[in-house]
Design a protein around this ligand. Structure first.
Ligand SMILES: NC(=O)C1=CN([C@@H]2O[C@H](COP(=O)(O)OP(=O)(O)OC[C@H]3O[C@@H](n4cnc5c(N)ncnc54)[C@H](OP(=O)(O)O)[C@@H]3O)[C@@H](O)[C@H]2O)C=CC1
Ligand SMILES: O=C(O)[C@@H]1CCC=N1
Length: 270
């Protein structure tokens, strides 16, 4: 029997909505999905939208898409949806597999999933860490989430918060960088509209080139810097005392620390 044929998405806001849009854009049938979300205005065409757990039909997996801080309040009301035939996929940042097992003890398997908002356009990394899947279900899970971009297993769960910071939160940091690049140009006299559009086009083209290149981004940076030319002077500012790298180490550390804090908060809940 095929695995993960019918998914119930519980909480379909920014992230759940981006994933659902990504699956539909990838050609998945809308009939495979039901959304449970009390306030959501509408679900995409053909996707069933229910407001209460009591309205749910059958499904073989749920995708938890509400906030980690809501686990204690929501879990008791969805026990009946997470029985022994159902795999729990969780987007809840910071919440480990043990917490998911405690919250949904009857479920068949528990899988942490960390995508990002580029799921909407099929270009998200998706990190998975499982407990309880059978050998035939593992590739099926990779296939489902691989439709949103590039899915991969992380076996060492201790690294989940840091890869969440990198790949889940990462778009936030990249958007901030694009904004800062444009804003720096504005402060040096470039018109705001032109600065915004040049900064975005530069990051888009650079990422696409790096994705298709057979050399690393570090080497590509050196290729941009013509010997004796302009770019090296700018790179020297970013590289001095590892300024940019150190800033990003702090950025990822603070982000991952918050994941651990969210995890401890959820583990304390009754
Ligand atoms: N945003 C991102 O880029 C990423 C988010 N995540 C994870 O995804 C999850 C959701 O985050 P995000 O999408 O940003 O948050 P949102 O607030 O946009 O989405 C949460 C959704 O859950 C709904 N909800 C609230 N209460 C219930 C309930 N009782 N039953 C069902 N649904 C409910 C909310 O409705 P309402 O708005 O009406 O309260 C909302 O639609 C989090 O766990 C986060 O860690 C993971 C990776 C990236
Ligand atoms: O900010 C958050 O908590 C979520 C997790 C990763 C991205 N957004």
């Amino acid at each position: 029997m095929p695995h993960f044929e019918k998914m119930l998405i519980i909480g379909c806001g920014n992230m759940g909505g981006a994933m659902l849009a990504g699956w539909l854009a990838a050609g998945e049938s809308a009939a495979r999905f039901t959304v449970l979300d009390p306030q959501l205005d509408a679900a995409p065409e053909g996707v069933e939208l229910i407001r209460d757990a009591s309205e749910a039909g059958s499904h073989d997996c749920v995708l938890l898409g509400f906030k980690p801080q809501q686990l204690g309040a929501i879990a008791p009301g969805i026990q009946s949806l997470t029985g022994p035939e159902v795999t729990v996929f969780s987007l809840l940042a910071g919440l480990d597999r043990a917490t998911l097992r405690d919250a949904f003890p009857a479920a068949h398997a528990h899988v942490r999933v960390m995508p990002n908002l580029a799921s909407r356009i099929g270009k998200s990394p998706v990190i998975l860490c499982e407990s309880g899947l059978t050998e035939s279900e593992k590739p099926a899970a990779l296939d489902v989430f691989g439709k949103l971009g590039t899915a991969l297993w992380l076996d060492d769960e201790r690294k989940f918060d840091i890869v969440t910071a990198l790949a889940g939160s990462g778009p936030g940091f990249v958007y901030r960088f694009i904004d800062a690049l444009a804003s720096a140009a504005v402060s040096l006299g470039v018109e705001p509209d032109m600065a915004d559009s040049l900064a975005l086009a530069t990051v888009e083209g650079s990422a696409a080139l790096a994705a298709g290149a057979d050399i690393s981004p570090g080497e590509l940076a050196d290729r941009v810097a013509s010997p004796g030319g302009m770019t090296r002077e700018g790179l020297n500012i970013l590289d001095a005392d590892n300024a940019l790298k150190n800033l990003l180490v702090e950025t990822l550390r603070a982000t991952a620390d918050k994941g651990a804090e969210l995890g401890r908060g959820a583990a304390k809940q009754p």
